[in-house]
Design a binder for this molecule. Structure first.
Ligand SMILES: [Zn+2]
Length: 348
């Protein structure tokens, strides 16, 4: 049966050369076709006898092989089209389902997070302000990490100039409302988390909304908006993890005056002079910078919610992308801060 030896030799050669499956199949198909034609046209020739079998037998064997391969391809196609498994209903005792244990396995083996930390993430409620450059990695990493309930506020729509850095959106989503488009991406990434999209900005009067959350993450890029979010967070007594970027440099800190740290107004009591702190649209920003700072914010949020390590309360981490340097400075609360010095100041 020279024919079978030829086929086996071809398979061995393909495995040795690590050829892709498709190439091997094409080579086997060509060899098979050659054998069938040879046996059909020259059945009595000496090489044909050495091959073994008849053209009809080789045709039948080829047909059976084709049927098996088609069946496997169909199964693979159906599996790929099957909808993602829905999150398993919460177990009766509130513990994680098998799918969640599997999904968060790399967190659970971390000593500082573990099963208890993952449960804290699942029970956490965070408000993400701004679904822009910083919001993109924040939303994706916090959804992936399994932060149970997230509110995402943004009143903007996706534009072409956003796509250079806001990697949560796709080109065909131009014109869509950012909060809803980002919420859909988060839900697609992790069906175990709940995301509420708000198509509006957060103002200084939103202390009520903020009070329903454990942590606020601010990734907006105007002083007026950051000042308003800070004021509402101080009034609600909720810590604020804030990130800021411009050109090649970014910074992250945790404003938490309820636990002795400063608030934004302790550091910047007044709006910067016009032109001194231009927004990204005017000053420009390198595309990967919000990826770095937004990811640092997500990391600090996970630490804050699980209690791992040392957070950035009273410290500001500054990253200089142009020179590849980071430094941390200490920041302190001001006794005469116009916002956090008295509980009522924030409401003014
Ligand atoms: Zn303050």
């Amino acid at each position: 049966m020279l024919g079978l030896w030829l086929l086996a030799g071809l398979v061995a050669l393909a495995l040795f050369l690590r050829l892709p499956g498709r190439v091997l199949l094409a080579m086997l198909g060509c060899l098979w076709l050659g054998i069938v034609l040879f046996l059909a046209l020259l059945p009595e020739a000496a090489p044909a006898r050495a091959i073994g079998g008849t053209a009809a037998q080789w045709l039948l064997a080829g047909g059976v092989a084709a049927l098996i391969l088609s069946y496997r391809a169909l199964l693979g196609h159906l599996r790929a089209r099957a909808p993602d498994p829905q999150p398993a209903a919460a177990t009766d005792d509130g513990s994680m389902s098998g799918a969640e244990l599997d999904r968060y396995a790399r967190h659970i083996v971390l000593r500082e997070v573990g099963g208890a930390g993952q449960m804290r993430l699942r029970g956490a409620r965070v408000l993400i302000v701004g679904a822009g450059g910083l919001g993109a990695p924040l939303c994706l990493y916090l959804a992936a990490a399994g932060v149970g309930r997230m509110t995402l506020a943004d009143d903007d729509t996706v534009s072409l100039s956003n796509l250079q850095r806001q990697v949560i959106f796709r080109s065909d989503q131009r014109g869509e409302v950012k909060s809803r488009a980002a919420a859909a991406a988060m839900a697609a990434l992790n069906p175990h988390v709940e995301v509420t999209a708000l198509e509006r900005r957060i103002t200084g009067a939103d202390a009520g909304l903020i009070a329903g959350h454990d942590l606020v993450l601010d990734g907006t890029d105007s002083f007026a908006s950051r000042e308003a979010v800070n004021r509402a967070c101080v009034a609600a007594g909720v810590p604020l993890l804030a990130g800021a970027i411009a050109q090649w440099e970014g910074q992250v800190t945790l404003y938490d005056p309820a636990h002795g740290g400063p608030c934004l107004a302790c550091l910047f009591p007044e709006a910067p002079a016009p032109g001194l702190a231009p927004a990204c649209a005017e000053a420009g920003v390198v595309g990967a910078l919000p990826g770095v700072i937004g990811s640092l914010m997500a990391l600090e949020a996970i630490k804050h919610l699980t209690g791992a390590g040392q957070g950035l309360r009273g410290r500001m981490l500054i990253f200089d992308g142009l020179y590849g340097e980071t430094r941390t400075i200490h920041i302190t609360r001001r006794a005469d801060c116009p916002v956090c010095s008295t509980p009522l100041a924030a409401l003014r």
